[in-house]
Design a protein around this ligand. Structure first.
Ligand code: COA
Length: 290
């Protein structure tokens, strides 16, 4: 079952249609290292901004670095949503579907900023947080670091399809093979998170075909169709892989705004173009795309 919408604001074009301004809403990404906030600052923001559930989760981490990463991720989430919808960080109500997908509850009077339904997806790993926000479409994001502190990632390849496993095995063991595993892993997580399914969707029930730079093929699970999905891979810092899945419609070509660091203000983002759905004629990828 799909998770509930984040914000069912009335009006606006259907997914994939042009808005009244003739521009599609951008896909906005925020990439933030834990180091952007000192532990004491992250703790102070969390004390003001996080809700009881988030504070409870934060209190249960065994390792301090994991707690810090969670606090930075959730401070980032609330700061960005505040800038996006115009409500103070501590007044945002975040609900979760039965499978854990978070969404923003729209207050009875509506959101002060932005007419259209808002969706977001959060990921945090390896000392980095990634947040994706989009209006009118559906988004899932994932981030993983190649440096996994000695933990093997080859075992996760066993969850892939036979063709994907063969593509992984065709690369020599070591970082290059790990890189292939993580490209597929982050794309699969981004897709399942966009759908709100998490790991309840078997990773061998859908597959990607990857070229050196970008996704060239996508076979969806039996209950979905490929044409609506657009995928992007980025490496915002070396050896940290990011994947984004957006369900926008085959005709939609939203831009991607990439924001680096913690958004204390409305700094201008870097603009990149989201690749067209796999299988449709591709434009040349701008700098930063895989
Ligand atoms: C969603 C899921 C796939 C999360 O994956 P993850 O790699 O652990 O964590 P990520 O950093 O990518 O994402 C976590 C965030 O996803 C979001 N999330 C949780 N459940 C979700 C769902 N069903 N749909 C969409 N998003 C979800 C939450 O915002 C969560 O962050 P929070 O708990 O701080 O609020 C989860 O279902 C899960 O069980 N993951 C385990 C994955 C695993 O073993 N990974 C090994 C990596 S090599």
């Amino acid at each position: 079952m799909e998770p509930p919408s984040t914000d069912d604001a009335a009006g606006g074009a259907a997914p994939g249609q042009q808005s009244g301004t003739g521009r599609l809403p951008p896909v906005k990404l925020w990439f933030c290292a834990d180091d952007e906030l000192t532990p004491s600052l992250a703790g102070a923001l969390a004390a003001h901004w996080l809700d009881e559930y988030e504070r409870d989760v934060a209190g249960r981490f065994v390792f301090e670095r994991d707690r810090r990463q969670y606090l930075v991720a959730h401070a980032l989430l609330r700061r960005v949503l505040c800038l996006e919808v115009g409500l103070p960080e501590g007044e945002l109500t975040i609900r979760r579907s039965s499978r854990g997908r978070p969404f923003l509850r729209r207050p009875p009077g509506g959101l002060p900023r932005g007419r259209h339904r808002l969706d977001f997806s959060l990921a945090h790993a390896g000392g980095y947080s990634l947040l994706g926000v989009v209006r009118r479409h559906r988004i899932g994001v994932d981030v993983e670091s190649l440096d996994r502190g000695g933990r093997s990632i080859q075992t996760v390849a066993r969850t892939f399809t036979a063709e994907e496993q063969a593509w992984v095995a065709a690369e020599a063991p070591g970082r290059r093979r790990d890189h292939r595993v993580l490209r597929l892993w982050t794309l699969k997580e981004a897709y399942t998170k966009a759908r709100g399914l998490g790991l309840s969707l078997a990773f061998d029930s859908f597959s990607f075909t990857l070229a050196a730079h970008g996704v060239t093929g996508f076979r969806p699970p039996a209950d979905d169709s490929a044409g609506r999905w657009q995928f992007m891979e980025l490496e915002p810092v070396p050896d940290v892989l990011v994947a984004v899945a957006v369900r926008a419609g085959a005709t939609a070509e939203p831009l991607v705004e990439l924001h680096m660091g913690f958004p204390w203000d409305r700094a201008a983002p870097r603009l990149v173009a989201l690749p067209r759905p796999p299988g449709t004629p591709a434009a040349a990828g701008p700098d930063g795309f895989r």
